[in-house]
Design a protein around this ligand. Structure first.
Ligand code: C2E
Ligand code: CA
Ligand code: CA
Ligand code: CA
Length: 278
């Protein structure tokens, strides 16, 4: 069975044994990949549903594997977790994101870039100092870097998350809850944590025209979020029909293949200038 990677290369999955040894070797290689700089920063645009203009980007890491070709994060983040490599991976992404954000400003584009953090990062006592250090080093405005945390990561680490989120918020950055709707967070918890934005999980967005249940989840998340004073991003927007329904429901922001697949971060200013979402 072939699975296609970000660049269209097929990754053949063999027997469970073969799969296990492939994972083991990928674990070892990922460690080197971080050191050898085989990782690449890609970015996917977010577009304001009302003005139809690009309003930000999400940083998504890619691994240019010498043998398997381009691997997307979905294909190696679990491996990174098992191998205890989230801390160096996050560190790599943070450094790349701040460097890129600086380059974007130099190129005349001052869009915020959001960086994904894992549950593991919420247990890392040095994370905050590293982030502060990067703001100082690059002189980055706090509006230009945002953080996305999945609802399930927040549920795994509710106390640690509250502490880190509060201190990140003190730096003036915007915080987003990712994959919202999949993690059963309670309303009281939502009110307690200092988040600004909910990202509705792409499974609901993709199905919202075909499934009443998904449409109800999308609609009530928008209502709930707005009642709590939060902005709403819909991810996984692939069709014009979904876009239009989101406009009708009053959603704020869209992200997905309809607008663009993730693109190399360095090419983003050029893409933005020439796209119809300018
Ligand atoms: P996510 O944060 O929910 O990111 C969205 C994923 O959906 C990305 O996959 C993106 O390429 C994909 N996507 C975007 N638009 C569409 C669409 O219209 N249709 C479909 N079918 N998919 C779309 P990717 O890059 O493979 O990332 C997978 C997950 O890996 C991310 O999910 C995020 O949880 C994690 N991840 C990615 N980059 C990082 C990172 O730098 N650090 C950490 N900790 N996690 C990351
Ligand atoms: Ca995300
Ligand atoms: Ca997401
Ligand atoms: Ca997701």
């Amino acid at each position: 069975q072939a699975r296609h990677t970000a660049s269209g290369h097929a990754l053949y999955r063999g027997s469970p044994d073969r799969e296990f040894s492939r994972r083991l070797s990928l674990m070892g290689e990922l460690r080197h990949a971080i050191a050898r700089n085989e990782l690449l920063l890609y970015c996917q645009p977010k577009v304001d549903l009302e003005s139809q203009r690009v309003c930000g980007a999400e940083a998504l890491v890619r691994w240019q594997h010498p043998k398997h070709g381009m691997l997307s994060t979905g294909e190696f983040i679990k491996i990174a977790e098992h191998a205890g490599l989230i801390t160096p991976l996050t560190q790599w992404v943070l450094e790349a994101a701040f460097r890129q954000s600086y380059a974007w400003v130099e190129a005349g584009m001052d869009l915020p870039m959001s960086v994904n953090l894992s549950a593991h990062d919420l247990r890392d006592p040095r994370l905050l100092d590293r982030i502060k250090g990067l703001f100082d080093t690059w002189g980055t405005a706090p509006e230009l870097i945002q953080f996305e945390l999945t609802e399930s990561a927040l549920m795994e680490e509710p106390v640690g998350a509250l502490e880190i989120l509060t201190r990140l918020k003190d730096l003036g950055v915007e915080l987003l809850i990712d994959d919202f709707g999949t993690g059963y967070s309670s309303l009281t918890y939502l009110q307690k944590i200092p988040v600004d934005t909910l990202k509705i999980d792409q499974s609901f967005v993709a199905n919202m025209l075909a499934s009443d249940d998904s449409e109800i989840i999308v609609r009530s998340t928008i209502e709930l979020g707005h009642n709590l004073g939060l902005k709403i991003v819909a991810e996984g927007v692939e069709t014009q029909a979904v876009w239009e329904r989101l406009v009708a429901l009053g959603c704020d922001t869209a992200q997905g293949y309809l607008i663009s697949r993730p693109i190399p971060a360095g090419e983003f200013p050029d893409w933005e200038r020439h796209s119809c979402w300018h």
